[in-house]
Write a protein that binds this ligand. Structure first.
Ligand code: 5GP
Ligand code: ZN
Length: 114
């Protein structure tokens, strides 16, 4: 998708700190971390949001969630616990229209989030 920031990160046109590089997904550090671990996991292909990704129906969403767990293991926070967030739409706080999971951890997560 032209002019999509996360498509450009997926192709390597825009640099990011890669945590895990998968065939259909890629995980990289958020530029503005909200927790000691704050990693974004995205599909390489463009989907506007998590609902569109779920609608693809080919196991890609499941793969993305599994990859999010592998990020937590790699970061050493699978035991202490972590949060997976899909911000969706304007009031959901989604600012980048390319589906992404936030993996947050390394500190106690408050609820509700601010
Ligand atoms: P959203 O607000 O859409 O749920 O999440 C978008 C996330 O992308 C934000 O947490 C923001 O900090 C992060 N972000 C925005 N621009 C960049 C960038 O150029 N590189 C990286 N690594 N993260 C970015
Ligand atoms: Zn995109």
């Amino acid at each position: 998708m032209p002019d999509c920031l996360f498509c450009a990160i997926a192709t390597g046109d825009i640099p990011a700190t890669i945590v895990l590089d998968g065939k259909r997904t890629i995980a990289f550090r958020d530029i503005s971390p909200q927790a000691p671990t704050h990693v974004l996991v995205i599909p390489r292909d463009h989907f506007a949001d998590v609902a569109a990704l779920a609608g693809a129906g080919d196991g890609l969403l499941e793969e993305l969630v599994s990859q999010a767990h592998r990020v937590a293991v790699a970061e050493g926070i699978d035991g202490s616990g972590y949060r997976i967030v899909f911000n969706t739409g304007r009031e959901g706080g989604q600012t980048v229209s390319h589906a992404h999971a936030h993996v947050l951890g390394g500190r106690p997560m408050t609820w509700p989030p601010g």
